[in-house]
Write a protein that binds this ligand. Structure first.
Ligand SMILES: NC(=O)c1ccc[n+]([C@@H]2O[C@H](COP(=O)([O-])OP(=O)(O)OC[C@H]3O[C@@H](n4cnc5c(N)ncnc54)[C@H](OP(=O)(O)O)[C@@H]3O)[C@@H](O)[C@H]2O)c1
Length: 256
């Protein structure tokens, strides 16, 4: 794991501009994580958060988070789910600290409009560094809105996930977990910017087309003529985890 420079937590103004990291620098390893219903929905159509994983799987996700340098969700997920995005296990937090890392990974989001609630748990829970990648036109107002809570980075217009990854690499992030939602997952997948997918299927149907699916329409690099590599299948209580290797960087078998 890469170490994000200490002392950078909860920095605010001024906004910085995403650096153009040379291709030779590489991008972080990108692990996508998602839970769906049997019929492929990632939420229902109510305003309440839909619980898809079970307790045992939440522990697994906690361990995956603990193995990453940063966790990214879209602004839509912050608004819909108000996630904490922290490592919950005291043992795992302590292990990170013993390795010279912050207790929880850096929290990262992307926004075009900058309509983020400063009271969201993304910003208020835990002392992890928070980085907001913002499209150019909304940078000034977002920087003012999140003053003292997050580092706002001007990521251009339109905001490009590849540029976000390059900037994160420049900040020392070597391993990034992307936890959704649908729009963000689709962008990393269609852009070929994902190395690994953890897809958990919960044992029920949502059956409501108003609810969001894992991803919408798009030109995905994996299709009937180019199948993804299934690296692992694991039953976790009443859910099943499928781990897909989406690049040569992803190892087969059970991850360490
Ligand atoms: N089951 C699961 O594993 C899981 C995990 C996470 C989320 N979810 C569900 O997913 C749903 C949310 O998904 P979503 O697709 O609506 O939202 P999302 O992917 O979380 O976020 C979309 C928002 O992120 C910003 N954004 C994304 N890409 C951008 C880009 N290239 N440039 C600029 N801004 C960009 C925009 O924010 P602005 O609107 O601020 O400009 C956009 O509206 C919720 O129902 C949530 O419960 C499920």
């Amino acid at each position: 794991m890469g170490v994000v420079p200490a002392g950078a937590a909860a920095t605010a103004v001024p906004a910085t501009t995403a650096t153009a990291v040379p291709a030779s620098t590489g991008r972080p390893y990108v692990l996508l994580s998602c839970a769906t219903s049997i019929d492929g929905y990632i939420d229902d159509a109510t305003g309440e958060r839909l619980l898809l994983s079970n307790a045992e799987d939440m522990e697994r996700i906690d361990a995956v988070r603990a193995g990453c340098d940063a966790i990214l969700v879209g602004a839509g997920t912050i608004r819909a789910d108000d996630p904490r995005l922290m490592v919950r296990s005291a043992r795992l937090r302590a292990a990170r600290q013993a390795a010279g890392l912050p207790p929880s990974p850096v929290k990262v989001t992307m926004t075009a409009r900058g309509l983020l609630d400063p009271q969201a748990r993304f910003f208020t829970v835990g002392d992890a560094e928070k980085v907001v990648y913002c499209a150019g036109p909304a940078v000034d107002k977002t920087t003012e809105l999140l003053s003292g809570l997050a580092t706002v980075v001007d990521a251009g217009d339109p905001l490009d996930p590849a540029r976000v990854l390059a900037d994160l690499a420049g900040r020392g992030v070597q391993r990034l977990m992307v936890e959704g939602g649908a729009s963000v997952h689709a962008q990393f997948l269609t852009a070929g910017l994902a190395d690994e997918l953890h897809l958990v299927v919960a044992p029920f149907f949502v059956g409501d087309r108003r609810a969001p699916r894992f991803v919408g329409d798009g030109a995905f690099p994996w299709h009937p003529g180019r199948r993804a590599r299934l690296a692992e299948v694991r039953q976790i209580g009443d859910v099943v985890l499928m781990r897909y290797a989406l690049s040569e960087r992803c190892p087969d078998g059970v991850p360490g």
